[in-house]
Design a protein around this ligand. Structure first.
Ligand code: 2P0
Length: 355
């Protein structure tokens, strides 16, 4: 008897143009496009195994070994249902001899291998790995199905997950259509285009954030006037400019826009009622160190050395070129010793290249 089983893994991505706000909360359609860099670290991935079998009585998911409820109408159920639908339409309806896997229940086991201290969100890599493993199981792989098509489904698990289906530099185009069929991820450039770019994660705190992204961003949509300015007047030009900077390997422009967009995202969080604070004093002190490092470097005619960005939490991600990584790590550790002093809550620095 045949065994239908597949395993796939997906990496974490960190946005340089931030997704913050939905125009459709059910389909997860964003109020603006976003762009991210996919991290290429073996220890920052989700790995998922899916198995379809006629003997299974219900779809079941285990997350890090613990059964997770698949709520009717919830994000997990949507992703599984949409993947089965794609299998039926693209494979089974066209080839009568193909096994009817879409009619079998699935068992799914997913693991995140992040160090708990990294304080990174797991929904992006988690839903991307889930969709990738079902795609392998159902033979929905290139050239039959593109990662962009799969991203339409991963997006409905968690918005940022759609960007984890490609390596390198990835845009999530917000799209215009009400059904979300044009709100998908596209590759801006593969990692091989600009392998010199690296990412450092400076762990400021590993405690769970106070306001979840999902509820925080909806509060921003409902209450922030600054968000309207951001989505209409700021992000579209930045998306175009940073894509060009990536294509030209123009680090100064990449760094300037990355830092500006992190600042803009945290400004709209502050403009939310009640305000949302994701950065803390240590996060802001790291910004000052990077700003000063860049100021001195620009003064010497050597351009920018580093770009900071912060997500919905206090941990810094610093993008830099290979030649500057060592100096930046030494600088961060000099200002924020990991064992003593008032900055003892800086838990660690993880280095890595992008995928
Ligand atoms: C981003 N973040 O672009 C932004 C920057 C956090 C700050 O995507 O509700 O977990 O599941 O679609 O994807 C976090 O939002 O939210 C996020 P849902 P998600 O990476």
């Amino acid at each position: 008897m045949s065994v239908y089983q597949a395993t796939a893994s997906a990496p974490v991505n960190i946005a340089v143009i931030k997704y913050w706000g939905k125009r459709d909360t059910k389909l997860i359609l964003p109020t603006n496009s976003s762009l991210s860099v996919t991290l290429d670290q073996d220890h920052l991935r989700s790995t998922t195994t899916s198995r379809a079998d006629p003997s299974f009585t219900k779809d079941t998911l285990w997350l890090n070994g613990k059964e997770d409820e698949i709520k009717p109408g919830g994000r997990l159920e949507t992703c599984i249902r949409e993947m089965k639908k794609l299998r039926k339409e693209i494979i089974e309806d066209k080839d009568a001899s193909a096994p009817k896997l879409s009619e079998y229940k699935v068992h799914i086991a997913s693991y995140n291998n992040f160090p708990t201290a990294a304080g990174l969100a797991s929904s992006a890599s988690g839903f991307a790995a889930l969709v990738s493993s079902l795609a392998q199981l159902y033979s929905l792989v290139p050239p039959v199905v593109s990662p962009s098509t799969l991203s339409l489904i991963a997006r409905q698990g968690s918005g940022s997950a759609c960007r984890s289906l490609y390596g390198g530099f990835v845009a999530w185009e917000q799209g215009q259509l009400a059904d979300g069929s044009d709100s998908l991820a596209i590759e801006v450039a593969p990692q091989s285009h600009w392998p010199d770019i690296h990412a450092l994660i400076c762990v400021v705190s590993d405690t769970k954030k106070g306001t979840s992204s999902t509820s925080g961003m909806q509060r921003t949509v409902e209450t922030s006037t600054l968000l309207q300015h951001r989505i209409k007047n700021v992000v579209p030009a930045r998306m175009a400019a940073i894509s060009t900077a990536i294509k030209n390997k123009d680090f100064d422009t990449f760094a300037r826009i990355t830092m500006a967009d992190s600042n803009s995202f945290h400004a709209v969080c502050l403009d939310t009622e009640p305000p949302i604070f994701y950065m803390n004093d240590v996060s802001r002190a790291i910004i000052n160190v990077i700003v000063e490092l860049n100021r001195l470097s620009v003064e010497k005619g050597e351009g920018y050395k580093a770009a900071y960005t912060y997500d919905a939490g206090p941990n810094a991600v610093i993008y830099a070129r290979e030649k500057d990584i060592k100096e930046i790590i030494q600088l961060v550790l000099a200002y924020f010793p990991q064992t003593a002093g008032e900055f003892k809550d800086v838990l660690g620095v993880f280095g890595g290249s992008v995928q």
